[in-house]
Design a protein around this ligand. Structure first.
Ligand SMILES: Nc1nc2c(c(=O)[nH]1)N(C=O)[C@@H](CNc1ccc(C(=O)N[C@@H](CCC(=O)O)C(=O)O)cc1)CN2
Ligand SMILES: Nc1ncnc2c1ncn2[C@@H]1O[C@H](COP(=O)(O)OP(=O)(O)OP(=O)(O)O)[C@@H](O)[C@H]1O
Length: 238
C-alpha cells in the first residue's frame, strides 16, 4: 500500500544492530522535578515529546521492528477485522508497516480524523490506497473530512476490534498521557459502560516510560501498552 507521508523519513543506512547500552533505561532518567506522579503534566509532555523526536533514525527503525514483532504475535490483532492505527507525528513510534500486514489478512484499517463540529473527538475513517489525505489543523495527515463524512467510509468507535493509539508517556502500571487534547479519552469514554468495545492498545517508544503517572478521573483505561521493549498489561480491578 502507498506509504503515508512520514514525518521522519527512513534513513538509507542499513539496519545495523545497536549496542544494548544505546537502549538502556538509565539513559532516560527524568529530571528530579518531573520524577514524581504529581509532576507538571505539561512540562512532562514537553520533555517526553522532545525525547521521542530526538531518537536517532537507526534506533527508531530498530524500535519499529521490535514493536511490529510484538504486535504481530498478539492474538487479539491476529483475530481483528477492523483496526484503528495512526499516521506518526512528532516522533511517535511508527506502526504503519502494519497496514499491509493487516490488509493481507483481510482486516480493514481506520485512521483518526478530527471530528468536525464536535469538541476534541474523533471519527475513524477507512484507510486504503484510494483514501484522500489532507493535513489537519495540527499538521497531521488524515483522511479528508468530506470523504469521511460519508457513513459508509467510517466505523463507530464501538465497532472497532482493536485501537492502536499513540502515547506521549506511560508507566509500568499502564497509566498514560497523550497529547493533552483528550481526543482519545472522549472518543472512548463509552468503554467504561458495558457493551461492545474495542481492545485499546497504547504504543510508545521505550524512552517514553516514566516511573509513575497519576491516573485522572477521565482517563480511559487501556488494555495494554506496547513499546519496543515490553507489553504492559495493566491490572484490571476485580
Ligand atoms: N498521529 C496522531 N494522530 C492523532 C493524534 C495523535 O496524538 N497522534 N491525536 C490524539 O489526540 C489526535 C490529534 N490530537 C492532537 C492534540 C494536540 C496536538 C498538538 O500538537 N498541540 C500543540 C498545540 C496546539 C495547536 O497547535 O493548536 C502542542 O501541543 O504543541 C496535536 C494533536 C488525532 N490524530
Ligand atoms: N470524556 C471526557 N469528557 C469531557 N472532557 C474530557 C473527557 N476526557 C478528557 N477530557 C478533557 O480533556 C482534557 C485533556 O485530557 P488529558 O490531559 O488527560 O489528555 P490526554 O489523555 O493527554 O489526551 P488524549 O486522550 O487525546 O490522548 C482534560 O481537560 C479533560 O478534562
Amino acid at each position: 500500500m502507498r506509504k503515508p507521508p512520514a514525518v521522519y523519513a527512513a534513513p538509507a543506512s542499513p539496519r545495523s544492530p545497536l549496542p544494548s547500552a544505546a537502549l538502556d533505561t538509565t539513559l532516560w532518567a527524568l529530571p528530579s522535578e518531573l520524577d514524581h506522579p504529581q509532576a507538571d503534566r505539561r512540562a512532562l509532555r514537553r520533555l517526553l515529546r522532545q525525547r521521542r523526536r530526538q531518537l536517532p533514525p537507526a534506533i527508531r527503525l530498530q524500535a519499529e521492528d521490535a514493536l511490529l514483532r510484538q504486535l504481530k504475535r498478539l492474538p487479539e490483532l491476529l483475530r481483528a477485522r477492523h483496526v484503528a492505527l495512526y499516521l506518526p507525528y512528532d516522533g511517535e513510534i511508527d506502526a504503519t508497516r502494519l497496514c499491509d500486514w493487516l490488509q493481507r489478512r483481510g482486516a480493514k484499517v481506520y485512521l483518526p480524523v478530527l471530528r468536525p463540529f464536535a469538541a476534541n473527538s474523533l471519527w475513524f475513517v477507512r484507510y486504503d490506497d484510494q483514501t484522500p489525505l489532507v493535513s489537519n489543523r495540527f499538521g497531521i495527515a488524515e483522511p479528508d473530512t468530506r470523504h469521511g463524512a460519508s457513513r459508509v467510509r467510517r466505523l463507530p468507535a464501538w465497532a472497532l476490534d482493536v485501537v492502536l493509539m499513540p502515547l506521549v508517556g506511560f508507566d509500568g502500571r499502564g497509566a498514560r498521557i497523550g497529547m493533552g487534547g483528550g481526543f482519545y479519552d472522549r472518543s472512548f469514554a463509552f468503554t467504561r459502560r458495558p457493551g461492545p468495545r474495542p481492545l485499546l492498545i497504547g504504543l510508545a517508544h521505550h524512552c517514553q516510560k516514566v516511573p509513575a503517572l497519576p491516573v485522572q478521573s477521565w482517563d480511559v483505561p487501556l488494555d495494554a501498552i506496547i513499546s519496543d521493549r515490553e507489553v504492559v498489561r495493566p491490572a484490571r480491578p476485580e
